[in-house]
Design a protein around this ligand. Sequence first.
Ligand SMILES: C[S@@+](CC[C@H](N)C(=O)[O-])C[C@H]1O[C@@H](n2cnc3c(N)ncnc32)[C@H](O)[C@@H]1O
Length: 269
Amino acid sequence: MRLDVVTIFPEYLEPLNVSLVGKARARGQLDVRVHDLRAWAHDKHNTVDDTPYGGGPGMVMKPEPWGEALDSVIESGEGQPVIVVPTPSGRPFTQELAVELSEKPWLVFTPARYEGIDRRVIEEYGDRLDVREVSIGDYVLAGGEAPVLVMVEAIARLLPGVLGNAESHRDDSFAPGAMADLLEGPVYTKPPEWRGRGIPDVLLSGHHGKIARWRRDEAFRRTVRNRPDLIERADPAAFDKKDREMLSILGWGPGPDGRFGRVAPDVEE
Ligand SMILES: C[S@@+](CC[C@H](N)C(=O)[O-])C[C@H]1O[C@@H](n2cnc3c(N)ncnc32)[C@H](O)[C@@H]1O
């Protein structure tokens, strides 16, 4: 997979040389190219921003450097990239979107600063390419570089051969499949006792069925506590008899439309 990042702070992307993404680069699984937007700003001060039309605080990133930068990056490769525009006003970045983007051969990220990029740039490339405006959460950061690091890490770990154990992301929170729409429960490793705290007996039982059930029950406990919205919007067809029993213990039951909601307050969680 090829990844291009156009930014006014190339050094902010240094963490892409470290750990999982750095190793994937070193192995040639990821071709990451970071570009300095100011290379396409031609005045004495390499200006990339200007005052907003209509007034108001802050500055807006000028269209010309972005246009030249994106033309140059796009022309340097084969085929068409997906352009990922980090912005708090974009669609939420989810595990589902990470999976979708991990299947694309080429992504170009455009992290902005100031009040964002002149709208015409998004329109210009949106007319001929797949452009995704994406938010990593309901808060506003000073720039899009940290969101790019977040997205690249989430995407890169899904690429074949990047994680040491290909099964590792199967049970992740939000992973499509067995634990669909549930958060992952607690995990433990050796030693079996630490500061007087043991580990749940079932994990030592060697009984795969019981361990799987325990993990799913713990996932329900955690999801009910931290992200009840995930249970509320889950398709009830995804819940088997044991799931329903667990939800009932936790004070949750089906409503008139079959979807689950809290029916008893403060039952064991
Ligand atoms: C200060 S923010 C611009 C905020 C803009 N006034 C707004 O409210 O949409 C500057 C840049 O940081 C990045 N950014 C900030 N928060 C983000 C978030 N939650 N998700 C993705 N990108 C974000 C985007 O690249 C954005 O253009």
